[in-house]
Write a protein that binds this ligand. Structure first.
Ligand code: NAD
Length: 488
């Protein structure tokens, strides 16, 4: 079947005649086909969103959030099938899919606070008898363009806030994993949201360009790789839109000699190999300081070797496949290149053959030591289960390496020293910092704060910054003449 779009409260066939297969990366089963929607599909969705906006913005915030409460309940009631949908199209384990939904729900819960969060402020008597107030109004039609690696959670970094603030929305999921949003839009339909408030467009580049160029779309939220994030940022801005673009990453973790050995290794392995390394907050480079190298590398090698890899739908599996054959090849190529440049393959997962799934896009956890700190592997986002280790002698050297990188999504430190932790928090140039944490993912009530090439824009997703992004401020200065004020 070819997936339909959801426009104006109805499932509609796309005008795109070109379609792509949606493939389960573990089994290579073809799950469905996704259409590459055309410019006219986006135009129809914009028309629906524009019509819906007129009344939606007048719907009281308290009434708007009732749909979110319903959506949360529906997600919870359908949780098992929603987890299976993510795992089937994306490959991660069911436990990882469940974690993703928890994070999505958390964003719905925070957005349900809109009647308070969206309030402005005011001051009486800015001059005699004159009052001034700031009110927040929705920006209008907004669009969300999402990547493949969190098909459920990432649209929820934006969608609940956008609609709770009174905007209407067009979601364009990754063409590699469109089934999850298809399911969510079935649930959105069941909430009874007015027609046109939320719309779903399947597709790829043409649909994205149509969104970026459409004059009626006021705001764009993007998550994906850095080159595309930069492209979307530039193009959306040049068409007069407000835009927030979260990009790629290369996340370093620093291990000091005084870190807790058992917990540090476990946390680091979960960060590097969880979701098969396909997380924008995956640890990708481990920098051992001084004698930490003596225990870290040996213990994490054992953890890497024993991780159970397979079909994420099966119980006991700890890591699934990567998303495509191209990803598998690219990751293997980067490992090959690093070894040729002098890195030592302590655990080499490239020739993974998983029983019953021999053709799946699997790579087992891979651990490389003595990685060149200025080589390709140290500078490139691998987006696979590969951890490179670099040895250094001081924390200053390690922080300098963190700050030399082009990305700034996350940096973590493992230590038992408060002073070292403070120094790191103060000096490290990254927007999400972990201290004895391996995946420093901000909760929904904090902003997801990427820096440098990991983020293009000003206001980040989630929390108060989401409210800022999805509203425009209006300031009213007010004076009323009557006998009472005339006396002044
Ligand atoms: P991607 O950049 O290939 O795709 C993201 C979106 O952009 C998709 O919807 C896709 O259809 C669209 N797109 C792709 N090429 C395009 C083009 N040429 N023109 C217009 N649109 C285009 O990213 P991906 O492979 O789906 O996701 C993985 C990347 O996302 C990684 O780099 C990862 O670090 C990043 N990511 C970042 C965060 C974060 O919070 N910073 C979170 C998750 C993923």
């Amino acid at each position: 079947m070819v997936l339909p779009n959801y426009i104006n409260g109805e499932w509609q066939p796309s005008n795109g005649t070109e379609t792509l297969e949606i493939i389960n990366p573990a089994t290579l089963e073809i799950l469905d086909r996704v259409p590459l929607s055309r410019r006219e599909d986006v135009a129809t969705a914009v028309q629906a969103a524009a019509t819906a906006f007129k009344d939606w913005r007048k719907t009281p915030p308290l009434n708007r959030i009732q749909y979110l409460f319903k959506l949360k309940t529906l997600i919870e009631e359908n949780l098992e099938e929603l987890c299976r949908t993510i795992t089937r199209e994306c490959g991660k384990t069911l436990a990882e899919s469940k974690g993703e939904w928890q994070r999505a729900i958390e964003n719905i819960e925070v957005a349900c606070g809109i009647p308070t969060l969206m309030q402005g402020y005011n001051l009486e008597d800015i001059a005699r008898g004159i009052d001034e107030m700031m009110i927040r109004q929705p920006v209008g039609i907004t669009a969300i363009i999402a990547p493949f690696n969190f098909p459920g959670m990432i649209p929820f970094w934006f969608l609940p806030y956008a609609i709770a603030c009174g905007n209407t929305v067009i979601v364009k999921p990754s063409e590699k994993v469109p089934l999850t949003m298809q399911y969510i839009f079935e649930l959105l339909h069941k909430t009874g949201l007015p027609k046109g408030v939320v719309n779903l467009i399947n597709g790829a580049r043409e649909a994205v360009d149509a969104i970026l160029e459409h004059p009626q779309i006021r705001a764009v939220s993007f998550v994906g790789s850095s080159p595309i994030a930069k492209y979307v940022y530039g193009k959306a801005a040049s068409h007069g839109k407000r835009v927030q673009c979260q990009g790629g990453a290369k996340n370093p973790i620093i291990i000091l000699p005084d870190a807790d050995r058992v917990l540090t290794t476990k946390i680091a392995a979960d960060s590097a190999f969880g979701c098969a390394g396909q997380r924008c907050l995956a640890a990708s480079l481990a920098v051992t300081v001084g004698e930490a190298k003596n225990w870290f590398v040996e213990t994490i090698a054992e953890t890497a070797e024993t991780r159970i890899v397979g079909n994420g739908l099966e119980e006991g599996v700890q890591m699934g496949p990567v998303i495509t054959a191209q990803s598998q090849e690219r990751i293997a190529g980067l490992v090959e290149e690093a070894i040729a440049a002098g890195a030592k393959p302590l655990v080499d997962g490239r020739k993974a053959k998983i029983s019953s799934y021999e053709n799946g896009y699997f790579i087992r956890p891979t651990l490389l030591s003595e990685v060149d700190p200025v080589g390709t592997l140290a500078k490139t986002e691998v987006f696979g289960p590969v951890l490179g280790v670099i040895e250094m002698e001081t924390i200053d050297e390690a922080i300098a390496l963190v700050n030399r990188g082009q990305w700034g999504n996350m940096a973590c430190l493992f230590t038992s020293s408060g002073a070292a932790a403070r120094k790191f928090r103060y000096e490290a140039e990254a927007g999400n910092i972990g201290i004895n944490i391996g995946v420093a993912a901000p909760m929904a009530f904090f902003p997801f704060s990427g820096w440098k090439e990991s983020f293009f824009g000003d206001l980040h997703g989630q929390g108060k910054q989401a409210i800022e992004f999805f509203t425009q401020t209006k300031v009213v200065v007010e004076r009323w003449f009557d006998d009472w004020t005339r006396q002044f």
